[in-house]
Design a protein around this ligand. Structure first.
Ligand code: ZN
Length: 144
C-alpha cells in the first residue's frame, strides 16, 4: 500500500497564514457567517431543505425521538439534531450539530476569531461600493 506523504509544515508566520486564508475565503461563506439561511418550515406547508424522520437506537428501539436535518440554502451547511423523547422536539438537552461544506471551517491551528470574519465581510461590502469607499476614506482623512 502506498504511503501517504505528510503535508509539508507551513513555517510562515501565523499572521501571514491567517491573512491568506481570510483573503481567499469565499463571499458566500463570509455572508453565511453573519447568519445562515436555514429554512423556517411553516405548519402544513411542504418543507424544503428540511427533513424530519423517526430516530431509532442501534438496537431498533424507538422512544419517540426524531432526527431533524436542515440545509442552509445559501452555503450548503447542514445542521441536525435528535429531539428529546416523546414530543420534546426542541429539548434543551440536545444541540444542533453541523456538517460544514468543504472550505467553510477554519483550518485547525489557525485560530481566526469570529470577529475577523465579520471585519472581512464588512470590508468587502464597503470596498465593493465606490461611493461608500470614497465616503469612508474622506472621513478617515478628516480625522487625521
Ligand atoms: Zn449558510
Amino acid at each position: 500500500m502506498a504511503r501517504r506523504k505528510k503535508a509539508p509544515i507551513d513555517m510562515r508566520p501565523i499572521e501571514v497564514r491567517r491573512k491568506e486564508w481570510i483573503d481567499k475565503y469565499p463571499d458566500k461563506f463570509l455572508i453565511c457567517r453573519q447568519g445562515h439561511d436555514f429554512p423556517k418550515p411553516f405548519p402544513g406547508r411542504r418543507m424544503t431543505n428540511t427533513s424530519i424522520v423517526p430516530w431509532f437506537y442501534d438496537d431498533g428501539r424507538r422512544e419517540g425521538e426524531v432526527l431533524i436535518t436542515q440545509k442552509c440554502k445559501h452555503c450548503g451547511r447542514v445542521r441536525w439534531r435528535i429531539s428529546g423523547p416523546r414530543g420534546m422536539y426542541y429539548s434543551e438537552a440536545t444541540k444542533w450539530n453541523y456538517d460544514d461544506p468543504k472550505g467553510y471551517a477554519t483550518p485547525p491551528g489557525l485560530g481566526i476569531p469570529r470577529s475577523a470574519y465579520g471585519d472581512e465581510y464588512w470590508r468587502r461590502i464597503i470596498d465593493a461600493d465606490p461611493d461608500l469607499t470614497q465616503e469612508v476614506e474622506a472621513r478617515e482623512e478628516e480625522e487625521q
